[in-house]
Ligand binder design. Structure first.
Ligand SMILES: [Zn+2]
Length: 424
């Protein structure tokens, strides 16, 4: 039997890389989208999506969900001060259980602003995966790895990551390896992570070329850029996701393109931490699959991908002094179908026959989107996230008519207040 029959909506999908709007009816069975009712004519429920844009859920390709605890906690300070003197001391003292509630707070914001899937780099064993499972979100969970030797000082985190994978991996929760950065991981550890990712068939994500300091330190230490350094130690391949890539020099982008690695751009975080503006136009020209991430709420300070989409286009148009730069259809694809390429998961990021039913319903009668002269433009230049009415992940509603169905909002606020009072 069909679980949901979705009628009367305006459906946004991508065909041959191009956005297409249609009025087709969707049939959701066992978490999968179908375009025909199949042999079963009955459906458990008909969803009237009149005045709604029915589109693929947004995919946040780089975040640290637990960082909601530190939202607006360390602003307007230099990046090195922010990371080493403000954020890391708090992280060092937080109990693991704090991360569960911080994640739940993050997921409330993600769901309410249309995110159905996220790629996380986290610090606390089990809590991110447990919270994502409870919230019903699709997640790629990466345990942050640091140190000299994966099998010595880095081993406890690596072991925990594998144990979490064993415990939580499912159709909607996957695990990746997340070495933090070239300045917090030794060459040996990065090589070991590459070997383990190959052996275990896992994706890997790292921060790369985020700041001028990182770039200059790498050139001083190794005589080459961070990109070239990672290429030379065999880290870059098609299963690699690179967050930031702000400070690109020489043939860095060509190296990334040839390696098949993906880039996640984090425009708000990069701007707020004074790290600069990634060369998105050049990335686009070279055909690199660029995705969008918010980074954590301590450096953005929002997990709202609609805000990120608008900023990304506006900042680049202004920076390049080119109103044609980074058009709205590219931005919407970067937040949806590009992510499916980077994650090697063709079932997400589109509304297509056989896709996973990760769907958001956006209210086209919201004043901020009305009149509907150009829906793609409105998603990029007008939407603020509040227009998201309902959210479905893997065929199950996690928000319906603005009501969160999987998260106890007041409980989360209570627990987060308690944690902030005791630990920040
Ligand atoms: Zn990050």
């Amino acid at each position: 039997m069909t679980d949901y029959k979705i009628i009367n909506g305006t459906v946004l999908s991508f065909e041959g890389g191009k956005p297409v709007l249609s009025d087709r009816t969707l049939y959701i069975r066992e978490g999968i989208i179908h375009f025909s009712p199949g042999s079963e004519n009955d459906s458990r429920e008909t969803v009237d999506a009149r005045h709604m844009l029915v589109m693929p859920g947004l995919i946040n390709m780089h975040t640290h969900a637990y960082m909601t605890l530190m939202r607006n906690y360390a602003d307007d300070v230099p990046f090195q001060e922010w990371l080493f003197n403000r954020v890391m001391p708090v992280e060092d003292n937080l109990p693991a259980e704090a991360a569960y509630w911080a994640n739940q707070l993050a997921f409330m914001e993600m769901i309410q602003t249309g995110t159905t899937c996220f790629v996380d780099m986290h610090m606390y064993p089990r809590q991110s995966a447990l919270a994502a499972k409870d919230a019903g979100l699709r997640a790629y969970i990466g345990r942050g790895l640091v140190g000299e030797d994966l099998y010595k000082d880095g081993y406890s985190r690596f072991k925990q990551a594998l144990e979490e994978r064993e415990e939580f991996e499912s159709d909607t929760i996957k695990f990746i390896l997340s070495p933090h950065a070239i300045y917090s991981c030794s060459e040996k550890l990065l090589r070991q992570v590459t070997e383990e990712a190959d052996r275990l068939h896992l994706l890997k994500q790292t921060h790369l070329s985020e700041s001028v300091t990182e770039l200059n330190d790498c050139i001083r230490a190794h005589g080459k850029t961070p990109v070239k350094y990672l290429q030379d130690i065999g880290f870059l391949d098609q299963n690699t996701i690179l967050a930031h890539c702000v400070q690109m020099q020489g043939d860095d982008l060509d190296i990334i393109k040839q390696s098949g690695a993906s880039i996640v751009t984090n425009v708000a975080s990069n701007a707020k931490l004074g790290n600069g503006i990634a060369p998105l136009s050049q990335m686009q020209e070279k055909g690199i699959s660029v995705c969008i991430g918010t980074d954590g709420a301590a450096s953005n300070n929002s997990l709202n991908l609609f805000r990120e989409m608008g900023l990304l286009s506006l900042i680049h148009k202004g920076h390049c002094r080119d109103c044609m730069a980074i058009p709205s259809d590219y931005i919407v694809k970067a937040a949806t179908c590009h992510a499916s390429l980077a994650l090697k998961e063709p079932r997400i990021g589109n509304i297509a026959e056989g896709s996973a039913a990760d769907i958001i319903f956006v209210d086209l009668k919201a004043p901020s989107l009305f009149p509907n002269n150009n829906i793609l433009s409105s998603l990029c230049y007008s939407a603020n996230g509040s227009e998201v009415d309902s959210v479905m992940v893997n065929g199950k509603f996690v928000m319906r008519k603005k009501e969160l169905l999987t998260i106890d909002r007041e409980k989360v606020y209570h627990e987060v207040n308690r944690i902030v009072k005791n630990h920040l």
